[in-house]
Design a protein around this ligand. Structure first.
Ligand SMILES: NC(=O)c1ccc[n+]([C@@H]2O[C@H](COP(=O)([O-])OP(=O)(O)OC[C@H]3O[C@@H](n4cnc5c(N)ncnc54)[C@H](OP(=O)(O)O)[C@@H]3O)[C@@H](O)[C@H]2O)c1
Length: 257
């Protein structure tokens, strides 16, 4: 039996990874901050699929939280075969409206935690000559979309670079770039979503199936939906200024601060 560690496992895309990997018979290490929700998820997945689900409560915006998950990934006696770096969030507001402490918290979770957890996992995986890492970025990585998009662009560049460096070592690294997915993300960030057309919404379970198929194929970048693939292809030919105007009108409606 193999083991997968999922950060941000209790909601949205992370929970969809949990359901799918448990159904496929993987043991799980579930990481998020809310320990009650983690325990409930672990019990449900164990009861439904007969897998072992470990709970690791950690805040990845803190040194203590990142270190605890690093230590679990580095544990050679209980190897992790697949790491899904999925925990993430959006800040409420545009550039300069968001307190600097919140911007730095986002970089800690989206970039520092992803760098350190990927490295802890990949180091152990390289020794064993096998393993996989999925780093959840976003299609926002490809458009001028504030500090959120910038942090996700870092995830894409880092992951593809690391995948190149580890080519031939048996370790697969893939950046996953979803478009809009119905999860708790937008509500948590206080974002209105009425201006996002229905056709742009993706289903988390389908997204995860397509992502795992892409990982199996050895892709280092996954845009797991034909509509978004076409859009991201077209984006390369649109002037950045025009693109910035369009993206700032789509999907970033903030309520009262
Ligand atoms: N939804 C979208 O449209 C969309 C699109 C593209 C990319 N993404 C990316 O997909 C990933 C998952 O987002 P989602 O939409 O599934 O969000 P979500 O439904 O809000 O779930 C976020 C998960 O991350 C955990 N989390 C948040 N902050 C954390 C922290 N500091 N430390 C540890 N865990 C933390 C949350 O649990 P706790 O609160 O208990 O910690 C929860 O399990 C994110 O990286 C996001 O940027 C989302």
């Amino acid at each position: 039996m193999t083991t997968a560690l999922i950060t941000g496992s209790t909601a949205g895309i992370g929970a969809a990874f949990g359901r799918r990997l448990a159904a496929d018979g993987h043991n799980l290490v579930l990481v998020a901050r809310d320990v009650d929700r983690l325990r409930e998820q672990a019990t449900e997945l164990h009861d439904r699929h007969g897998i072992e689900a470990e709970v690791l409560a950690a805040d990845l915006a803190t040194e203590e939280g990142i270190s605890a998950v690093e230590a679990r990934l580095a544990d050679r006696k209980h190897p992790v075969d697949l790491l899904v770096n999925n925990a993430g969030f959006g800040n409420k507001g545009r550039y300069l409206d968001v307190p600097m402490a919140d911007e730095l918290r986002m970089l800690k979770v989206h970039c520092e935690a992803v760098l350190r957890l990927t490295s802890a996992a990949a180091d152990a995986m390289r020794e064993r000559g096998r393993g996989g890492v999925v780093n959840v970025a976003s299609t926002a990585a490809f458009v001028p979309r504030g500090t959120y998009g910038a942090s996700k662009a870092w995830v894409v560049q880092f992951t593809q670079g690391a995948a190149n460096d580890l080519a031939g070592a048996g370790v697969r690294l893939m950046a996953l770039c979803p478009g809009f997915v119905r999860t708790e993300f937008h509500e948590r960030a206080g974002m209105g979503t009425d201006n996002i057309p229905k056709w742009m919404w993706l289903d988390a379970d389908k997204l995860v199936s397509a992502a795992l198929a892409d990982l199996e194929r050895g892709k280092s970048l996954s845009i797991p939906d034909p509509r978004y693939k076409a859009m991201m292809g077209a984006v390369k030919f649109v002037p950045r200024g025009l693109l910035g105007g369009v993206t700032s009108r789509t999907g970033r409606k903030y309520g009262p601060q």
